[in-house]
Design a protein around this ligand. Structure first.
Ligand SMILES: CC(C)(COP(=O)(O)OP(=O)(O)OC[C@H]1O[C@@H](n2cnc3c(N)ncnc32)[C@H](O)[C@@H]1OP(=O)(O)O)[C@@H](O)C(=O)NCCC(=O)NCCS
Length: 182
């Protein structure tokens, strides 16, 4: 996918593009600076400099698509689209009669740096991702669902026509959400 310049509601510009091998330091900073509040909502993998280094070093063999929003050399957003279906999601959706498949259904997880949240960045990215993937895959499935108490997150996904598919309990209650194309 080509690099796209997006402009937030406050005029801040950012480049939306694939994660690159030389992003390790900027991605590490992005992970390390995430607040406890954001970490409590977004935890697909360790959010550390060490993990950023590993991700960037392994990009050539990574089957997951990772995108970033970059502004003035800083990473301000990170978006995961994982083609490899996870057993957890497959089992939960199977209980509702829905068969999720590697390649057909992408696991999706977005995160915006704290001070850039609610400026419209993720909405701009969703439009790009939906336009790109709607003819290529069957659905986006929220990785791990979203926490029941994440009202802003749930409204955000509903704005893009994600539907709720029941929930499951960990130490908190989570709602599964999926955007079905076509
Ligand atoms: C969820 C997240 C990715 C959204 O990105 P963002 O760039 O802040 O989102 P946008 O500014 O494009 O859109 C914000 C939308 O959230 C919703 N929203 C925000 N605050 C809200 C509130 N107080 N009540 C209800 N809805 C709210 C609205 O749908 C809003 O859209 P609108 O401005 O058109 O009404 C981002 O806030 C984030 O990273 N949060 C922390 C981590 C997280 O929750 N990740 C998702 C885990 S499932």
């Amino acid at each position: 996918m080509e690099t796209t310049i997006v402009t937030a509601k406050d005029g801040t510009k950012s480049r939306f593009r694939l994660l690159a091998q030389n992003d390790q330091s900027a991605l590490g900073d992005f992970f390390e600076k995430l607040s406890e509040q954001t970490r409590s909502r977004f935890a697909p993998h360790p959010l550390s400099s060490e993990f950023a280094t590993q991700l960037c070093a392994n990009l050539l063999t990574d089957t997951t698509q990772r995108f970033v929003l970059e502004s003035d050399g800083n990473i301000i957003g990170y978006f995961i689209l994982q083609a490899q279906m996870s057993e957890h999601e497959a089992l939960r959706y199977a209980q509702q009669g829905i068969i999720l498949k590697t390649g057909d259904d992408l696991l999706f997880a977005p995160c915006i740096a704290d001070k850039y949240q609610n400026k419209g960045f993720a909405s701009l990215v969703m439009e790009i991702l939906i336009n790109h993937y709607k003819e290529r895959v069957k659905s986006f499935v929220l990785m791990g669902g979203t926490q029941e108490t994440n009202h802003a997150g749930r409204s955000f996904y509903k704005k893009f026509a994600f539907k709720e598919y029941g929930g499951y309990q960990t130490d908190i209650y989570n709602i599964d959400m999926r955007l079905l194309f076509g």
